[in-house]
Design a protein around this ligand. Structure first.
Ligand SMILES: [Zn+2]
Length: 283
């Protein structure tokens, strides 16, 4: 189910190619990515194309390679006029407009790494200014020796089935009419399976069984790793928590409400379920 596009991106700490002339510049501005437009298609610009935009501060962070290009990232706090062939594109529009889902992951990873750098300029133990560790992606405090690594927050997301129906819920933060799967962060002391059971019970009031691992996806907004599961309905009536979830119901594959795009693992899982049901119904 994974798009092969996503595997064009190989995260790394040190440059693989050292071919500066073909290196890409992943430039973020708020929730937008700087992209080059050529014949109505969108591409990641090369580092040399953005030199004027970076002005004095040219320091960028290496985040790995994509399809043979070393990738360096940076966040801008202000953008003056852009050349005609460059455009700031909303992160959620990248896949649709470039036709390459992997670029969304690349831009998201830049967001994750840059967020982490900005949040760890000072030591959490003694408050001294931190330095970049030379041999790995970490911040080290020259005063007390405290080392901080990029934080990744584990979260679970679950497709719950009752016979041939799927449970979909509307979160308070979603736009009107959008429904998705139940998700939540893992708490200290929990296994992933315990988290699945707790989140579903808390948010929609039902109990589930037969929890099976499905797949995982980085969700670097700013720092999550989503682990996806399937589960079967066991007992209870749907009762939404009214805090996070305002509506939830069982849906048939052929009458789904609006669902997330395939950039999210929820969007992929719901389509996987729909396709599976269509195949079964054809037999
Ligand atoms: Zn310190």
């Amino acid at each position: 189910m994974n798009s092969s596009n996503q595997h064009k991106y190989l995260p790394a700490f040190l440059p693989a190619m050292n071919a500066e002339e073909t290196s890409w510049a992943i430039i973020l501005f708020g929730k937008k990515l700087l992209m080059r437009i050529a014949e109505d298609k969108l591409y990641i610009p090369e580092v040399k194309e953005v030199a004027d935009i970076l002005k004095e501060d040219k320091k960028m962070e290496y985040i790995g390679s994509y399809d043979g290009h070393d990738c360096y990232c940076k966040r801008l706090n202000e953008v003056t006029e852009l050349p005609e062939n460059l455009e700031l594109v909303d992160l959620m529009e990248i896949t649709k407009r470039s036709g390459d889902a992997g670029l969304f992951i690349l831009a998201g990873t830049a967001n994750h790494i840059l967020h982490w750098y900005s949040m760890n300029q000072y030591c959490g133990c003694c408050g001294h200014e931190t330095e970049d560790k030379k041999d790995e992606r970490a911040k080290i405090c020259p005063k007390c020796g405290n080392i901080t690594y990029p934080r990744i927050s584990p979260a679970v997301i679950t497709a719950v089935f009752q016979e041939d129906k799927i449970l979909l819920a509307h979160n308070r933060n979603f736009r009107k009419g959008l429904y998705s799967l139940i998700a939540g962060y893992v708490e200290p002391g929990e296994t992933l399976e315990q988290c699945v059971v707790r989140e579903i019970r808390e948010e929609v009031g039902i109990n589930v069984k037969n929890i099976q691992y499905f797949s995982s996806q980085t969700w670097p907004f700013p720092e999550s790793l989503m682990m996806a599961f399937t589960a079967e309905y066991e007992s209870g009536e749907i009762k939404v928590d009214e805090n996070e979830i305002t509506d939830a119901a069982w849906y048939q594959a052929d009458s789904l409400p609006e669902i997330p795009s395939t950039d999210s693992i929820a969007g992929k899982m719901i389509r996987w379920y729909r396709e599976r049901l269509r195949t079964i119904n054809k037999q």
